[in-house]
Design a protein around this ligand. Structure first.
Ligand SMILES: NC(=O)c1ccc[n+]([C@@H]2O[C@H](COP(=O)([O-])OP(=O)(O)OC[C@H]3O[C@@H](n4cnc5c(N)ncnc54)[C@H](OP(=O)(O)O)[C@@H]3O)[C@@H](O)[C@H]2O)c1
Length: 314
């Protein structure tokens, strides 16, 4: 396994991080089983993956509960990241909320669901557009002093937030942004933010929500209601974007055959090599998917294959 230190921190993490979004069991289809998710977490730990990402909103806490259950007795071996900032409660409207009051309520819920008394990395899921960052940092520093979190990070950084973030240099350790062979629109931002704000980038949707695994084609992308990918906003599975993605998958397939790797592993390897200081987040539903994805680690793509995939996905 490849490991990296998150900037401004003592956190040493595997470059492949197991994403906990499908673990919420919500809006990702009907083929999610808790026993398979738990087996996937164990399989990850046994394979050297020590980094797990979740959020209080994934399945309204279900992802944190399942992850906590799976990591019982393994807490000292792993680095756990979660997120706050979306005020989501059953029966009430959902809104972004970075207020210190909500941060304090959120962390206690997160720790209790995870069954741990500290979190390694607490990330602002989305900025709420109103709470000054100084107040957010103040609340997070208080959580550090209380021993509830070790470090904090960001996610989905808006251009307008950058100046404010730069005045807290050295405080945040990481940021999450969507990036994959199917989604390169944030590429410049990722490179600029990692350099100028000295943060470790963590890519989400690294498999394009599954399209880059090679298992989808025009005939099997009619997702059922209850799977977010049925909605047009999940562009990777719709219209021209789907066509373009399927062309990328054909290139991936050829490269995968050359190296004797699963298609998903090559999609992951591209990011690991293209953004050499990054962490790649991948959501999985079962051990077999995890085992495929792990094969993205500990090797490199030749320069001509990098170029082929780079050009195909531009
Ligand atoms: N900060 C943010 O705002 C944000 C947003 C989104 C995600 N994230 C984080 O990033 C993580 C990764 O993103 P994501 O989970 O949305 O998307 P992803 O990793 O691109 O895709 C995950 C899906 O791909 C399929 N898959 C994965 N590995 C596979 C394999 N080897 N073979 C076949 N299918 C496979 C599975 O779905 P099927 O089997 O149903 O195809 C899985 O649920 C999340 O879990 C979460 O931790 C963060």
């Amino acid at each position: 396994m490849e490991y990296i230190n998150l900037k401004n921190s003592e956190l040493r993490v595997s470059r492949l991080c197991m994403g906990g979004c499908p673990m919420g069991g919500y809006d990702w289809g009907s083929d999610i089983r808790e026993d398979e998710l738990i087996d996937a977490v164990h399989c990850a730990v046994d394979s050297g993956v020590n980094f797990f990402d979740t959020a209080d909103t994934y399945g309204l806490g279900q992802s944190e509960r399942t992850l906590g259950k799976a990591l019982k007795g393994k807490r000292h071996q792993v680095v756990i990241a979660s997120k706050f900032g979306v005020h989501a409660k059953k029966g009430t409207p959902t809104f972004y909320d970075n207020s210190p009051r909500w941060i304090n309520e959120s962390i206690d819920g997160t720790l209790s669901r995870l069954g741990t008394d500290y979190l390694d990395l607490y990330q602002v899921h989305y900025r709420d557009g109103k709470t000054p960052l100084s107040e957010v940092v103040g609340a997070l520093e208080d959580l550090k002093k209380a021993g509830k979190i070790r470090y904090y990070g960001l996610s989905n950084i808006h251009e307008n937030d950058r100046a404010e973030i730069s005045s807290f240099e050295g405080r945040f350790v990481s940021f999450q942004e969507e990036f994959s062979l199917a989604c390169r629109k944030n590429e410049k931002d990722i490179q600029t933010l990692s350099r100028d704000l000295n943060l470790t980038p963590m890519t989400w949707g690294s498999l394009g929500q599954g399209i880059l695994t090679g298992k989808y084609n025009r005939d099997n992308v009619n997702f059922q209601p209850g799977d977010r990918r049925a909605r047009a906003v999940y562009v990777n599975f719709h219209g021209e974007k789907l066509q373009k993605n399927l062309e990328i998958v054909e290139k991936l397939r050829a490269v995968a055959a050359k190296y004797g790797k699963p298609v998903s592993a090559v999609a992951i390897r591209f990011i690991l090599d293209y953004l050499p200081l990054s962490v790649v987040l991948c959501g999985v539903k079962r051990p077999s998917q995890l085992l495929d994805n792990i094969q993205g680690c500990d090797w490199h793509l030749d320069a001509d294959d990098m170029q082929l995939l780079d050009e195909a996905s531009r």
